[in-house]
Design a protein around this ligand. Structure first.
Ligand code: HEC
Ligand code: HEC
Length: 200
């Protein structure tokens, strides 16, 4: 537990420096023209292969863009797109997307049982698997916490699942999420993704 607290403290402190530049949402909207095709005009993506960025916690998008630029987060498409961005561009894009509203999702009738399995892990974690409750960091309603804990509510379930699988395999590096995802089964990841996407 002490180790977890020290990890969280380190992350919170990193978050403070990442937020040092105040972004301008209007400038961000103009710069986001380069992103519209995949992430949607207002950050609500129309394709499950591309995450929605609308309503993301302030600071998270700038942090991820910096991680794509440095190669800390590896993704062929985003690494290329992040190269020309400087810290001010990242802050402006962050300010634009975090000021937008994400469209809510609902769970289909045939996925209710799956979602309820996800709900129990999300809200209570699992002592047996040594998995903390997801809501401790992503919030009881999935809204995340500035600046490093992303919103999950309203996100494409397919995207959430792909990221948890990438954390599990180590393809996406994550000091916190790596060990957590590693202990989740593919079935639990699926259940969590369906549940989180429909949080409001
Ligand atoms: C050609 C499609 C495409 C374009 C254009 C694009 N992106 Fe992306 N973006 C992606 C994909 C695919 C991912 C998921 C990457 C992964 O799986 O790691 C992503 C992920 C992201 C993430 C991480 C989101 C999260 O929840 O962790 C951010 C932030 C982001 N993009 C910002 C931008 C910005 C800002 C622009 C414009 C400068 C942009 N993207 C343009 C395809 C695109
Ligand atoms: C101790 C805090 C903490 C806990 C507990 C936690 N997370 Fe996370 N989660 C994070 C952080 C920090 C990130 C951002 C990772 C990064 O920057 O690389 C993240 C990222 C994610 C992402 C990627 C979102 C995106 O937009 O790319 C998903 C999905 C996710 N977590 C799901 C979960 C689930 C499911 C659980 C519970 C089983 C959980 N998290 C528990 C801190 C936490």
């Amino acid at each position: 537990m002490n180790r977890l607290v020290s990890i969280i403290t380190t992350i919170l402190m990193t978050g403070v420096s990442a937020q040092a530049i105040a972004g301008d949402p209007a400038a961000g909207q103009v710069k986001a023209q380069a992103c519209v095709a995949c992430h949607g005009a207002d950050g609500n993506s129309a394709n499950s292969g591309f995450p929605s960025l609308a309503g993301q916690v302030p600071g998270y998008i700038a942090g991820q863009l910096a991680a794509f630029k440095s190669g800390k987060r590896a993704n062929a498409i985003m690494m290329g797109l992040a190269q020309p961005l400087n810290a001010e561009d990242m802050a402006d894009l962050d300010a634009w997307y975090s000021s937008q509203t994400i469209a809510p999702r609902s769970i289909s009738e045939d996925q209710l049982a799956l979602a309820s399995e996800g709900e129990s892990l999300y809200r209570g974690g699992s002592a047996e698997l040594a998995i903390p409750a997801c809501m401790a960091c992503h919030g009881p309603a999935g809204h995340g916490m500035p600046s490093n804990y992303p919103r999950v509510a309203g996100q494409w379930p397919e995207y959430l699942e792909s990221q948890l699988l990438a954390f599990k395999s180590g393809e996406r590096a994550g000091k916190i999420m790596g060990p957590i995802a590693h202990r989740l089964s593919a079935q639990q990841i699926n259940a969590l993704s369906v549940y989180m996407s429909a949080l409001q």
